[in-house]
Design a protein around this ligand. Structure first.
Ligand code: UTP
Length: 290
């Protein structure tokens, strides 16, 4: 089966980014001049996906505005003869079929994915965590699709992370199948102790799931932090039919954390065509003061 649908949960409260997240969705925080969510949509499109559902929430309308035509800018740019700039702005709205659905209460990532049930139907699909931007040569969703097409199982994008982060993310019980590819037998969300954890392999931002995950999510009660956790449902999926994991190629930025947001802007800022060179010069000078 070919993966043709992506679900981007972006309805969380973003408490780690308060106070900005009171008024600006963390998924709209920029890397230089583009919001995090636009990197995700582009990654999905570059992986061959055209149908994208963004799970949104009250107060997060800026995301829908971003992927729409903007008559004010359109008119302004066309009047000044800047047709190419106007076309570039319009292309943001034209790059995919982007749907929006509201999660009415922030009950957790698992609950946000369950909101997508009728959009997904019986298809296997990819979930892209809305605040995880991953910059890579080959889009990470495409990397996961390759593993999915080979093994016919759900696939989690993973990395080895420092142990203190395992306690904040999740831990996978996984055995190596081939270079960078694992078979996952079990997993735990936010293990409380090192003993509770299996390995320091954690899921970072991308998973391909079968539609059968919805039956499991409907039976999944609140877990760590009182939220309905996607990891708890994936654990059940592992026990029922197994899952794979791919240690993907790419640099991941957690745009839902202050440090991740700043790192993304510094590292991607120096690569920027327009301001990269002067920004690098600034950084070299600045570093002497540190
Ligand atoms: P996070 O756990 O990073 O989001 O979820 P959060 O709950 O907003 O974070 P903090 O801890 O309060 O800062 C990963 C992705 O899942 C979405 C988030 O918007 C984020 O993009 N999410 C999370 C939902 O869509 N709904 C939820 O109920 C929770």
């Amino acid at each position: 089966m070919k993966i043709t649908k992506a679900v981007i949960p972006a309805a969380g409260l973003g408490t780690r980014m308060l106070p900005i997240s009171k008024a600006v969705p963390k998924e709209m925080l920029p890397i230089v001049d583009k919001p995090a969510i636009s990197y995700l949509v582009k990654e999905a499109v570059d992986s061959g996906i055209q149908d994208i559902l963004i799970i949104t929430a009250f107060g997060k309308e800026a995301m829908a505005d971003y992927f729409d035509y903007s008559p004010i800018y359109d008119h302004h740019l066309e009047k000044k003869g800047q047709h190419e700039a106007a076309q570039t702005l319009r292309s943001l709205a034209d790059m995919a079929n982007i749907y929006f659905l509201r999660q009415k209460e922030a009950k957790g990532l698992g609950h946000a994915v369950l909101t997508a049930k009728s959009f997904v139907g019986n298809d296997d699909f990819v979930v892209m965590y809305g605040d995880d931007v991953i910059i890579s040569e080959k889009p990470v969703v495409r990397q996961l699709m390759d593993v999915y097409e080979k093994y016919g199982l759900g696939v989690a994008g993973v990395k080895e992370v420092p142990w203190e982060l395992v306690m904040k993310y999740c831990s996978l019980d996984a055995s190596l199948l081939e270079d960078h590819v694992y078979h996952v037998k079990n997993m735990i969300e936010k293990p409380k102790t090192r003993e509770e954890a299996f390995t320091n392999l954690s899921i970072l931002g991308r998973v391909i799931l079968p539609a059968s995950i919805f039956d499991i999510l409907e039976q999944t009660g609140p877990g760590a932090g009182g939220e309905i956790q996607l990891t708890d449902a994936m654990k059940e999926l592992c026990l029922r039919e197994g899952m794979c994991a791919l240690d993907f190629e790419g640099t991941r930025y957690d745009m839902g954390s202050k440090l991740g947001f700043l790192m993304a802007n510094v590292k991607e800022g120096v690569k920027n065509e327009e301001i990269g060179a002067p920004f690098k010069t600034f950084l070299k000078e600045f570093i002497k003061e540190l």
